[in-house]
Design a protein. Structure first.
Length: 198
């Protein structure tokens, strides 16, 4: 083995170690992205077609599908890595906080009669910030851009009030696509190919 081959082996080994230590979470982005997009779009379509009150509760499918799959993938990742880096802890802690804030905030806003005005924009904003933070920690530009786009869509959805309120639900589906699904698939591709950098 000559000098250049030895350097290649060292570089590959270093990249493999870095990738094994990275907080991947690629499946979590896709789980919450797809469940959020599908159930939000379904709620919007059903409401536009049927105008029945029960259509507004379709969103319950998001945590019913997302939580069990999240637990499954978290266990799988933990078994694979056997450790949690500081970056992984930061990302996981934020997403736990964001989930709790969305649930608690929606409940409080519902009691205050402000659910239609604030709950979905708040959720979109927290998802966008989460994608941005995750992208910054992982140095992955598509998640950073997706997070900024999600925040912009969330803030813009505030203007859909009154009879236009249900368009906020469609905005939430759009945020799931731009901030979670697209960056999630790109990051999964990056993990598979072991590419470092953005």
């Amino acid at each position: 083995m000559d000098y250049s081959d030895a350097l290649d082996v060292i570089a590959r080994t270093r990249d493999e170690v870095k990738m094994s230590e990275m907080p991947t979470g690629e499946n979590l982005f896709l789980v919450w992205g797809w469940s959020g997009a599908v159930f939000s779009a379904l709620e919007f379509i059903l409401w536009q077609c049927l105008h029945q009150d029960w259509c507004l509760y379709v969103f319950i499918g998001i945590p019913m599908v997302g939580i069990p799959l999240m637990i499954h993938f978290l266990r799988k990742d933990r078994e694979r890595t056997h450790s949690r880096t500081r970056g992984a802890k930061l990302i996981l802690d934020y997403w736990i906080f964001a989930g709790a804030a969305c649930c608690t905030g929606s409940f409080i806003l519902g009691l205050a009669g402000l659910f239609e005005a604030c709950a979905i924009p708040l959720t979109c904003l927290l998802v966008g910030i989460g994608s941005f933070i995750t992208g910054e920690v992982l140095h992955f530009r598509p998640k950073i851009i997706g997070g900024l786009a999600g925040c912009a869509i969330g803030m813009g959805s505030v203007f859909f009030q009154g009879e236009l309120w249900h368009w906020q639900v469609l905005a939430m589906a759009l945020v799931a696509v731009v901030a979670l699904i697209v960056p999630g698939h790109l990051y999964k591709k990056r993990i598979r190919h072991g590419v470092q950098g953005a």
